[in-house]
Design a protein around this ligand. Structure first.
Ligand code: HPA
Length: 273
């Protein structure tokens, strides 16, 4: 049933395409502007795709943008589905399987995240080197599709090492200072307490957010290579002396827009095969 839904959604999209996208982009809060750079864009609203959930958060648009960026055929999600919106893990990760079905082999996953590592500053970009699933759930629970991936998939290199190296080299070429670190996925929607931020730091987390982990798990299970980029939109609430708001998150991601756009474009332009 689920595989059939993936196939129907992919067919609906494929019927409207001339070329096959090879790189998938999941654009996080405030980062959807990247999709505006896509050339000869073809947009498909989530609501028009069979079986696709619809996005509910402000700052997230809710459409696929397919076209060319820096010479690559890309398919971008302008807005993603979050667990905290009430979707189950299968719904949150449904688009990843649709991308896989469309032929996407490389997935760039982006997000806005709170800085936990005290050497970080709001506005930094962080290459995700690894993650901790702190959501208390997994999109891989349930019957396994053996044609897609293993029952007990390896997650020791959830973020592709070559892509991490490529990202570091790309940042260097641009003279862009980027951080790297471990992303901790919480369910949200509440931001963290001070005690939770201290716990996350003790556990080895450098940044915290409410997304990414489910999509990355499903992509790995399906054999896609993944690159993750966080935009550190704020320092995690517990280590601030003032309350954190969603507006602040969107404001910072807007400020680093140029860095973010330049970085992703360079990543695509020089992407190794
Ligand atoms: N915590 C969790 N998720 C977030 C944050 C944060 O501080 N900032 C942006 N997304």
């Amino acid at each position: 049933m689920y595989q059939l839904h993936v196939k129907e959604a992919a067919d609906h999209i494929q019927n409207q395409l001339q070329v096959e996208p090879t790189v998938g982009l999941i654009l996080g809060s405030g980062l959807g502007v990247l999709a505006e750079e896509i050339e000869n864009p073809m947009t498909i609203a989530y609501g028009d795709i069979p079986h696709f959930p619809e996005s509910t958060v402000s700052g997230h648009k809710g459409q696929l943008v397919i076209g060319e960026l820096e010479g690559r055929q890309v398919i971008a999600m302008q807005g993603r589905f979050h667990y905290y919106e009430g979707y189950d893990m299968q719904q949150v990760t449904f688009p990843v399987l649709v991308m896989k079905e469309l032929g996407v082999e490389t997935l760039f996953v982006t997000n806005a995240a709170g800085g936990v590592n005290e050497s970080f500053e709001p506005g930094n970009l962080m290459i995700i080197t690894d993650h901790i699933n702190n959501m208390g759930d997994s999109p891989l629970i349930g019957p396994n599709d053996d044609k897609l991936g293993a029952r007990f998939p390896d997650m020791s290199e959830a973020y592709d090492r070559d892509l991490i190296t490529h990202a570091k080299n790309s940042a260097e070429r641009l003279n862009l200072k980027v951080q790297q670190g471990v992303y901790v996925g919480n369910t949200g929607p509440a931001y963290e307490t001070g005690a939770e931020v201290r716990m996350i730091r003790t556990l080895g987390g450098d940044a915290v957010g409410m997304s990414t982990v489910p999509e990355v798990m499903v992509a790995n299970h399906a054999g896609m290579r993944v690159l993750g980029i966080s935009c550190i939109s704020n320092m995690a609430a517990g280590i601030l002396d003032q309350p954190l708001t969603h507006d602040e998150v969107i404001e910072t991601t807007t400020q680093v827009r140029e860095d973010f756009l330049g970085f992703v474009k360079e990543l695509l332009k020089t992407l190794p095969a």
